[in-house]
Unconditional design. Structure first.
Length: 120
């Protein structure tokens, strides 16, 4: 089940953000200054082939694989996002629906709506 981090770093000059996590998901939600949603990033399959779906008002949808920075016989590098066009919105939506039951209803509804509208 998704649980909220209680002490999320806020960036001066940006709207507030909230962060929820589970073994499978990380969900970061960004707000505009007036309290409306600005966007979100849903990272999923954190212990397998981690990917991230990002949506915001300015850019719409973006889907990435997370390169964890691991390379044999070298120092671990910083994880980065790399292009990955494949997104199984149906299975991710089903799992998110199950795991998001305890997060605020308005966030849950917003993210599920955006997952359902995904069409790349």
């Amino acid at each position: 089940m998704l649980t909220e981090f209680s002490d999320v770093r806020q960036v001066e000059g940006e709207g507030p953000r909230r962060w929820f996590f589970s073994e499978y998901f990380d969900l970061i939600v960004w707000y505009q200054g007036d309290g409306s949603f600005d966007g979100f990033q849903l990272c999923y399959d954190k212990t397998g082939n981690e990917r991230a779906l990002t949506w915001n008002w300015n850019h719409g949808y973006r889907h990435h694989k997370i390169d964890d920075g691991e390379a044999p016989n070298s120092v671990k590098m910083t994880p980065i996002l790399v292009q990955d066009g494949l997104f199984d919105s149906e299975s991710v939506s089903r799992r998110f629906e199950r795991e998001s039951i305890n997060i605020p209803k308005e966030i849950r509804i917003f993210v599920l709506k955006k997952l359902g509208e995904f069409d790349l």
